[in-house]
Ligand binder design. Structure first.
Ligand code: FNR
Length: 369
């Protein structure tokens, strides 16, 4: 179908399930074990209800905000996903850069260590000077490789390092494991390393990640770069507070889209517990809290913002839109999400992101509150 006939992000997912290769669909859609967390990430949003306010002048609404000190057009961003060439063999992550940069909203693009294109190619493909890109870091057992990745990201003008900590070992993704992986569309930065190609894309990639990674490494990483460091994959309040203690600029409450430990909790509920704890310790100004997993609607984004998130990430929806239509699909997905967000803000009775707060939610149905 014409990309303009798609009405929401689920349409991209359905289309992707019909047209992607078995390998791409298995790798993108899979989650760990029984995929309970993947479903729960999304389902948890369905338990949260609004308390809209009426008779507010909502003629003009403004979706812009800031993330890590930079102005951005929308409070959502494209989260890092490996191997975009599995679904878009020609352009991979470059089309995500183009889609973000050509859209009015210009969401931030977080680029994976395991991208199919080189970081330089993706940066050069970005058409707008205003668009922001972040680097997602997997720490390699060989710290020299990690140091070089960080230096390269800094040199190429990326604005932050998101270090992923929820994958000391890759989760058990059975759909993916059933398909043999071939490295022809593999991770560019890891091209020269040996990979085991016999057990799916996830297994092949897992060999690059250091299972010995710990808090001391975060402290060490801070000495290596001037860029803000955000810890991605935080799953409880205690670790959020610890991240603040070691001087992280932010955290991403995330369980990797349900791809790691099945029965990890939905990030939106962890968020509901996190912000009161940060406020109590007066750390809510020191640490920016991001969230991802299961976000598919403008209303999901609004709920996370009401609970205190600074930015909301989406993974699979952009893989699917990029795979089905390349940059035009990415642009359309951004547009749909921004339209949903604007309409929901009007119906909630707010005109800017900074007005959002818990007072717009019925907190009684949120676990942990
Ligand atoms: C991911 N994610 C991920 N995260 C990361 O830090 N580095 C990576 O290389 C990848 N790769 C990756 C591949 C695929 C196919 C998926 C689906 C996800 C996790 C991603 O950044 C994000 O946390 C989740 O995708 C969010 O959940 P949703 O939006 O997909 O439900």
């Amino acid at each position: 179908p014409d990309v303009n006939n798609l009405t929401n992000l689920y349409d991209f997912e359905f289309l992707a399930s019909q047209i992607l290769t078995k390998q791409a669909w298995s790798y993108y859609s899979s989650a760990a074990d029984d995929e309970v967390t993947q479903r729960e990430n999304h389902a948890a949003y369905h338990r949260i209800f609004f308390k809209p306010r009426i008779l507010v002048n909502v003629k003009e609404v403004d979706t812009s905000t800031t993330m890590l000190g930079e102005k951005v057009g929308v409070p959502f961003y494209v989260s890092a996903t490996a191997l975009c060439k599995l679904g878009n063999p020609q352009e991979g992550e470059k089309d995500i850069a183009r889609g973000c940069g050509e859209s009015d909203a210009k969401p931030v693009q977080m680029i994976s260590t395991l991208a199919s294109c080189s970081l330089q190619e993706i940066v050069e493909a970005a058409p707008s000077k205003e668009q922001i890109q972040w680097f997602q870091l997997y720490v390699n057992s060989d710290r020299k490789i990690t140091d070089d990745l960080v230096k390269n990201a800094e040199k190429l003008g990326l604005k932050a390092i998101f270090v992923t900590v929820d994958a000391p070992s890759l989760g058990n993704r059975e759909k993916d494991a059933k398909v043999k992986f071939t490295n022809s569309n593999g991770a560019k930065a890891m091209e020269k390393s040996n990979v085991d190609e016999s057990k799916g894309a996830s297994r092949a990639l897992s060999s690059f990640i250091d299972p010995a990674l710990n808090w001391d490494d975060i402290v060490e990483l801070k000495t290596k770069t001037k860029l803000p460091i955000v810890i991605k994959g935080v799953q409880c309040v205690e670790d959020v507070l610890k991240a603040a203690e070691v001087g992280a600029a932010g955290v991403v409450l995330s369980n990797h889209g349900g791809r790691q430990l099945d029965f990890s909790r939905a990030p939106i509920e962890v968020l509901a517990e996190t912000m009161p704890a940060l406020r109590e310790k007066k750390l809510d100004d020191k640490l920016e809290v991001f969230i991802d997993g299961g976000v598919r609607r403008g209303t999901d984004i609004l709920k996370a913002l009401c609970l205190g998130a600074k930015g909301v990430g989406l993974g699979r929806p952009f893989l699917y839109s990029n795979s089905c239509y390349g940059k035009e699909g990415v642009k359309k997905a951004i547009e749909l999400l921004k339209d949903e967000l604007e309409m929901s803000m009007r119906l909630l009775g707010v005109t800017s992101i900074d007005q959002l707060s818990e007072k717009y939610l019925d907190l009684s149905t949120i676990h942990g509150r």
